[in-house]
Design a protein around this ligand. Structure first.
Ligand code: GDP
Ligand code: CA
Length: 327
């Protein structure tokens, strides 16, 4: 079976761990591909950083810091302290020493003229990940946020500054995905969607993770055209985000922080949208009829990915719903 998952960082990584586990239980011969958001990418201290790709790579490699929730396990920050002393980089954005190794390797390949997708292939070759990671695009697409700053309303800052420095305390007035209109899907992305048996929208941020991927010209059309069922998993449980600040992103685009609102935002494939199926949490079961009346087959299942068992059970629910939609 070929499974293609559109994914952001942490929510995407947790889901991919579960799907890898679920496919391993089913025996070999499966292909798991992640099409990963690049909207969080940035140039920092002369280095190209790709946070969502790295979160997924480290998680699948088992070298991530599970306590902190991001970055490498056993990380140190000696180089970062030196950079801060010189006033280089963003003082509020930690570049761990081990992490810097990946950033330097990536940037050196990019400087040689290689595309990001090749840099990702080389970085990920180091570990048996059990999944192929594809950046959504090789082109530089960066999310910038127009913020309601009392000092200067409407000024625009990089997504990382809004997310990490301000913890989204400045209200977002809107998002710009710079470079997106001219971007093309990375090699392999459109085929991974077209040739899949199941396509999944991971429980990732609908605006700045999944939204950034599907708005790259060509990707939405590929999702609409694939013969595979497209199944989404809600990142919203009981009207709240599980982790992170997706609510601040949703309100900026006028979508309620609710499992049904996000489903209707993606829309039913039968009526011009993207979804054939949608999974919501059991606490939201009352929303099932409303979402189904919008043309999206919906099931209420446990959506909290607490550990490998709950994550792989969720992956199993995705595959069951895909089967039901197909039949
Ligand atoms: P980021 O790039 O690191 O912000 O991560 P993603 O965009 O992949 O995922 C962020 C989203 O994942 C948030 O909106 C969370 O609500 C959601 N999320 C995190 N953990 C879980 C979980 O266990 N279950 C579900 N359903 N969603 C989760
Ligand atoms: Ca992200």
């Amino acid at each position: 079976m070929r499974i293609t998952v559109l994914a952001g960082g942490v929510g995407g990584a947790r889901f991919l761990l579960g799907m890898r586990e679920r496919l391993a239980q089913a025996g070999g011969g499966h292909e798991l591909t992640a099409v990963v958001n690049t909207g969080d990418d940035a140039w920092v201290a002369g280095l190209r950083i790709t946070p969502d790709l790295d979160s997924i790579m480290y998680a699948l490699a088992g070298v991530n810091d599970t306590a902190r929730g991001w970055g490498r396990e056993g990380e140190t920050e000696r180089v970062s302290a030196e950079l801060t002393a010189w006033g280089v980089g963003w003082p509020w954005f930690t570049l761990g020493d081990l992490d810097l190794g990946a950033h330097i390797a990536r940037t050196s390949w990019l400087r040689e003229g290689l595309p990001l997708s090749t840099a990702v292939e080389r970085l990920t070759a180091r570990w048996p990940l059990g999944a192929r990671l594809l950046p959504a695009t090789d082109d530089e697409v960066e999310t910038w946020v127009r913020v309601d700053d009392p000092a200067e309303s409407g000024r625009t800052i990089h997504f990382q500054e809004w997310w990490v420095r301000y913890r989204s305390s400045l209200a977002a007035l809107g998002f710009e995905h710079r470079g997106q209109a001219e971007a093309r899907p990375a090699p392999g992305v459109l085929n991974a969607i077209a040739d899949a048996d199941v396509v999944v929208l991971a429980p990732s941020n609908p605006v700045v993770s999944i939204g950034t991927i599907i708005d790259i010209p060509g990707i939405r059309d590929a999702l609409r055209a694939t013969s595979a069922p497209v199944i989404g998993v809600s990142p919203i449980i009981g009207g709240a985000v599980v982790r992170g600040m997706a609510d601040a992103c949703l309100s900026a685009i006028g979508v309620a922080t609710a499992a049904d609102a996000v489903a209707l935002h993606y829309g039913a494939r039968a009526s011009g949208g993207l979804l054939d199926g949608w999974l919501i949490d059991e606490v939201d079961a009352a929303l099932v009829p409303g979402i189904e009346s919008g043309g999206i087959a919906t099931r209420a299942v446990p959506l909290w990915m607490r550990d490998p068992a709950t994550s792989s059970a969720l992956a199993d629910d995705v595959l069951s719903l895909a089967e039901a939609v197909r039949g």
